[in-house]
Write a protein that binds this ligand. Structure first.
Ligand SMILES: C[S@@+](CC[C@H](N)C(=O)[O-])C[C@H]1O[C@@H](n2cnc3c(N)ncnc32)[C@H](O)[C@@H]1O
Length: 312
């Protein structure tokens, strides 16, 4: 794999929010290379850590990085949809905390052959779990109607030029099937208009299209809704749900979820506004710039009603 590293985002803030019980059982649903996991296991020497990721390849890196923690850590390649079964099999009824650090790792982005990056030419794949048997981005683009492609790019990429991009994709695939990230990036570049003179482009023109396809390929938003539904039942009273998101679609889902469970008197939001990385962190790690951290705490039985009383 790449020799570049993935720098974990808002580590201090995540650990301060997550580690509420010294001998707690914590679930990391986005283990990646294990950056947050390593920091947490060092900080909480008696905690147990169950690390899940859909990507077997990146989990191998985590395995090496976390080997020194021995039996305190268990790593499992799985989808979030399997969470109930994973916890039941291990006899874990309730968690002291769960961490979600959404999106993809820099290590995944940097590997051209995984097909996530417009900046490097590779197969148009984008599956987080290439062994999972789901359709690749190339297969989705081959089968979908122009309308469907536009809907993905508009909905999951929040791209203004989704209609034009979808039309250009369909025209290109009539000549020959789209197979490479480089081809897709070029098609998008050609149809997205340049910004007015004097205005600098903040992101590459294909950024939003690639984000949209990745979300569609991996059904990321459906999975996120699903896993939040499971965690709603699986976090112990006083336990924490800690979620880092990097774009507004994910953040909206998390925000609404926390609002709804607070209204239902099941969780309370630890702060109403999301936490943001410091300027210093953003300077050192540009990937952190869009991060938003939201924290929920499962209400203890004696507190039920307290959040509502406070509000009225
Ligand atoms: C931003 S990275 C996590 C980085 C990690 N916190 C670290 O410090 O190294 C997100 C990870 O979540 C995984 N992931 C995303 N969606 C998933 C899903 N639905 N099920 C399981 N893992 C998922 C990705 O494969 C990726 O490794």
């Amino acid at each position: 794999m790449s020799d570049r590293v993935h720098t974990p985002v808002m580590v201090e803030e995540c650990l301060a929010a997550l580690l509420v019980a010294e001998e707690g059982i914590y679930l990391d649903l986005t283990t990646g290379a294990g950056g947050h996991a390593e920091a947490a296991l060092e900080r909480a020497p008696r905690a147990r850590w169950l690390g899940v990721d859909r990507d077997a390849e990146i989990l191998e890196i985590a395995r090496a990085n976390l080997a020194r923690f021995g039996e305190r850590v268990e790593l499992v390649q799985a989808r979030w949809g399997d969470l109930d079964r994973l916890l039941d099999e291990r006899g874990i009824a309730a968690l002291d905390g769960a961490l979600l650090d959404l999106g993809v790792s820099s290590l995944q982005l940097d590997r051209a052959e995984r097909g996530f990056a417009f900046s490097q030419d590779g197969p148009l794949d984008m599956r987080l779990d290439p062994r999972g048997g789901e359709a690749t981005a190339a297969e989705l683009l081959e089968r979908a109607t122009q309308e469907q492609i536009a809907t993905w790019i508009r909905g999951y990429g929040e791209e203004r030029f989704a209609g034009r991009i979808a039309r250009a994709i369909v025209e290109a695939r009539q000549r020959q099937p789209l197979r490479r990230t480089g081809e897709l990036a070029r098609i998008v570049e050609e149809v997205v208009p340049a910004p007015p003179r004097g205005v600098r482009r903040r992101i590459h023109p294909a950024t939003r299209t690639f984000q949209a396809l990745r979300i569609a390929v991996n059904r990321e938003l459906e999975d996120l809704e699903g896993v939040l539904g499971i965690l709603r039942r699986r976090i112990a009273p006083g336990g924490r749900l800690v979620v880092l998101s990097y774009h507004s679609l994910e953040d909206r889902i998390v925000k609404r979820f926390l609002r709804d469970v607070e209204r239902a008197d099941e969780f309370r939001r630890v702060s109403k506004k999301p936490l943001r990385p410091s300027e210093e962190e953003i300077r050192g790690n540009s990937r952190s710039r869009s991060a938003k951290l939201r924290i929920g705490e499962r209400v203890r039985p004696e507190e039920v009603g307290a959040t509502r009383r406070k509000r009225y």
